[in-house]
Design a protein around this ligand. Sequence first.
Ligand code: FES
Length: 297
Amino acid sequence: MADGASAGNVRGSVLVVGAGIAGIQAAMDLADSGFKVHLVERNPSIGGSMVQLDKTFPTNDCSMCIVSPKLVEASRHNNIELHTYTEIESFSGSPGAFEVTLREKARSVDAEKCTGCGNCVAACPVRQVVRVQDVYQQEPSEELRETDEIVDSCGAEREALIHILQKTNEHFGYLPEAALRRIAMRLDISYSEVYGTASFYKAFSLEPKGDHTIQVCMGTACHVRGAGVVLEEFEKRLGVEAGGTTDDRTFTLETVNCLGACALGPIVVVDGEYHGNMAMGKVSKLIDVYAKKGTSR
Ligand code: FES
């Protein structure tokens, strides 16, 4: 790309399109190598999606801690010229001699005088709403919309937390992390409080459950009548240990302590239906019956 603005020992000029984290890093590497870099970003500010994230996969590092120094470095680098709120209108030429025409959108503020105080945004509520919606508010997923409906139906008050968790667990079959975070946000309480409550009660599950829940009673009366052998047979047939869910999410196998029907022991409950006097030989048939029933949700 021909460039008349390059200075000093600059080797040539390069155009980088998009000032997300990848574009910024590419621009800095090229600028450090001695190229004059034109970094073009269609949004009013640089940083891309990463500045909107809390944590970064897979290390869980703070996103802003990673990206902030790069934003500062890119904006101050002598070999980088930022073109924000700008889009490419046309380009022509061949390798080594490209010509690019950029269109810079009107900011409605004098960039020379702007100090970034934000007073103009406060004085112009329409622009503020548009900016916030466009840049920071993403359409909630189906899961979050359904969580919102549950929260709203329960009154969206901190006192309703357990009720909300009950309904969410019932709706999804477990408590997805995204739903717990949404509940915390909606009730204006910490995630750790919501998680602490969700993990305290055995009635809630933090893992997806199967379509059918099999509970084998391991209370004393059932245990002495052979519940251990029955449990082992379920584990063998389903290929999961107690507490686990089959890979196809058809069955979840659990143990419980005394269901109050000791005379019928060993007893197994499937989806709330009691099956007394269980024996190893009945396990396979029971699994087949519920597998054929399909989902219970
Ligand atoms: S010990 Fe199993 S029902 Fe009581």
